[in-house]
Design a protein around this ligand. Structure first.
Ligand SMILES: Nc1ncnc2c1ncn2[C@@H]1O[C@H](COP(=O)(O)OP(=O)(O)OP(=O)(O)O)[C@@H](O)[C@H]1O
Length: 604
């Protein structure tokens, strides 16, 4: 699958940008409200610190008045004003300290909550979702979105909120004194904020979203190539991969430069508008003074107030762009939270308790992807009695693996139902269905953890004696005990430090320990040498005892001794019976496949 099918470029549609903005802000506010005490500390601190800044110009104006009048009447309150300014300054410091401490803890809590929540959701997304999304992109969406939430919290609560507060309070104070000045400040502020919002949302944001989508693609391409490094090496394709990445990085650079330049242009325009507003306000108070409607203290108040207001507003455009960028960076993360898991447990679903292991597929219909595509299975019926050993056979792509995925409810069927011991697996919890089925896959996946942890993955409470017993039954104990660190040996990423046969036997030991009544084995021995194959085969024979077993067989010699063989062709069961019964049909697909493999074996 190419990266383009996995991550399409973002739309430049402003309506979509607005929806994203609302969705992300709603998400952020809901997260902040989960921690009401920290939120109250932060907002309380912000309120105190900002009010002290708003009141300071008032006292400064009074101070100038006092100094001016003192000359005339010999009395003044200058010392009171200085004490007031000191008290305001101290309150401002304490308020800021409270808000910074509050936001530090609030952001950390919210980030923790988002990271763990996103991981929990991604783990529970359906196999379909995982098949359609790059692991690298997902990791990047989560980490980038989590850090963007930190920036969003800082910018909104410590910068934009105080700015709004300063504007509202100074407009009110000014308006009560001189209506015209209040109106002027209100109109200027509305125009300034509107300009910032329009520039940011309509001009900067679309470019920044596009740059982000290329950033995600860059991460995905890196992860894809690094994950498949063995294939790259084997094909001597390093240069091809270099060129592929260079093409993506080139597009990313162009898109990113465009987005950054738009940010700079927008900030410059906003700075110009702020300058005009400042000059307008100062000119207005000077005119009032010239007409005798303002004294020296008033002029000092307006001058100081404009410095405070402009100090707050100076970076508002940049802050709105930061909010916009954070919103874009959180967009994909928020969608992860909004997206349904794909395969869901019904509300209050009970756990499945398998006692027999009787499997039935009743009129099952299923197809991958959208409903419109031709289904793989239509009206599939199978009855697999408890304790039987069944081989699933058929050409590549005929649906053998899909059948076992449906049994684990990794996908939901479109029609019919699948039952285990008479219980529809869609009515019980997915976890209980999956833990009732032990899987030995063709390519076992191991965690980069110790051998002990890998074997006990399905039953973390297993004792060391049980783990060692499972390893013995799986013919794995000998090689493990020869390792210097025994069961504590770390296996390397995806188990790369073990051979194919050793990985298989660890997977078999895992299945022994899980003690599930149903066993699904994807024929595992095809890539092993004969000694490894013999060890794996013996272990599998032991594992099959007393269980209902489905074996996906690629080499038909594996299924000869099984109770029953089901042959698939294009999602249909075309033959069903014992080896002897199927071999007795010379026109049958099984007979044909068997003859083909026997011929290959002879010619090899
Ligand atoms: N996640 C998926 N999304 C879309 N199509 C899929 C997916 N997985 C499998 N298929 C398609 O479904 C069909 C059945 O695949 P399945 O893996 O069940 O075949 P199989 O019989 O196990 O083949 P093989 O013997 O090669 O493993 C194939 O055409 C395959 O391309």
């Amino acid at each position: 699958m190419t990266s383009s099918t996995l991550s399409s470029p973002p739309s430049r549609d402003p309506a979509r940008a607005r929806r994203t903005f609302v969705a992300v802000l709603g998400f952020a506010i809901a997260r902040w409200r989960m921690h009401p005490r920290l939120l109250a500390w932060t907002l309380g601190g912000v309120l105190v610190a900002t009010l002290t800044d708003v009141l300071t110009p008032l006292l400064a104006g009074r101070l100038v008045d006092d100094v001016a009048h003192a000359a005339a009447d010999g009395r003044h309150d200058a010392m009171v004003m200085i004490a007031g300014l000191t008290a305001l300054g101290l309150a401002g410091v304490l308020g800021r300290r409270a808000s910074y401490r509050g936001i530090t803890h609030l952001n950390a809590r919210v980030m923790e909550n988002i990271m763990t929540g996103a991981f929990a959701r991604v783990q529970r997304f359906s196999s379909e979702w995982h098949a359609n999304n790059f692991a690298g992109s997902t990791v990047r969406q989560i980490t980038r979105g989590t850090w963007a939430m930190d920036t969003l919290g800082d910018t909104i609560m410590l910068l934009l909120l105080p700015e709004a507060l300063v504007l509202v309070v100074t407009t009110l104070v000014l308006g009560l004194h001189w209506l015209v000045m209040g109106l002027l400040l209100a109109a200027g502020s509305v125009a300034l904020v509107a300009l910032s919002v329009v520039l940011t949302l309509q001009y900067v944001a679309p470019a920044s979203r596009l740059a982000n989508s290329w950033d995600t693609r860059m991460g995905a391409a890196l992860a894809d190539a690094v994950t498949c490094n063995a294939v790259v090496k084997a094909s001597g394709a390093e240069q091809r991969e270099d060129a592929h990445l260079a093409w993506i990085v080139g597009r990313w650079r162009r898109r990113t430069v465009r987005s950054w330049l738009r940010g700079t242009n927008s900030a410059n325009l906003q700075a110009l508008a702020a300058l005009l507003m400042r000059i307008g306000m100062i000119a207005a108070v000077v005119v009032l003074w010239a007409h005798g409607r303002a004294n020296a203290g008033d002029v000092a108040y307006v001058l100081t107030m404009m410095f405070v207001v402009q100090g707050y507003l100076r970076d508002i455009g940049q802050q709105i762009s930061i909010v916009q960028r954070s919103v874009n960076e959180m967009d994909e993360l928020v969608s992860l939270f909004a997206r349904p898991a794909g395969v869901e447990d019904p509300p209050g679903a009970p756990a499945l308790h398998v006692t027999q292991g009787h499997i039935r597929f009743e009129h099952v219909g299923f197809g991958y992807g959208r409903q419109g595509r031709a289904p793989l299975f239509t009206d599939l019926n199978l009855d697999i009695p408890a304790g039987s050993r069944v081989g699933l056979v058929g050409p590549s792509g005929s649906g053998k693996t899909t059948l076992t995925k449906l049994l684990q409810r990794l996908y939901d069927v479109r029609a019919g139902r699948i039952t285990i011991d008479g219980i529809d697996i869609a009515t019980v919890t997915q976890a209980s269905v999956r833990s009732s089925i032990a899987i030995v896959p063709q390519e076992p996946l191991l965690f980069h953890r110790s051998l002990r942890d890998n074997i006990a993955y399905g039953r973390p409470d297993a004792t060391m004696a049980e783990i060692a017993q499972a390893a013995r039954l799986a013919n794995a104990a000998d090689f493990i005990e020869r390792l210097p660190q025994g069961y504590a040996t770390m296996v390397g990423e995806r188990g790369v430090k073990l051979s194919g046969g050793e990985r298989q036997r660890i997977a078999i030991a895992r299945a022994f320990l899980s003690n599930a009544r149903i066993l699904v084995m994807d024929e595992a021995t095809s890539s092993l040498d004969s000694q490894s194959e013999q060890l794996v085969q013996q272990a599998m024979e032991r594992l099959m005892a007393g269980r209902t077993v489905l074996v996906i067989a690629h080499r038909l010699s594996t299924v000869v001794g099984l109770d029953r063989i089901i042959v698939f062709r294009h999602g249909q069961v075309c033959e069903d019976g014992t080896h002897e019964a199927l071999m007795a049909r010379p026109d049958g697909l099984y007979h044909h496949l068997f003859a083909l493999q026997a011929g290959n074996a002879v010619s090899a």
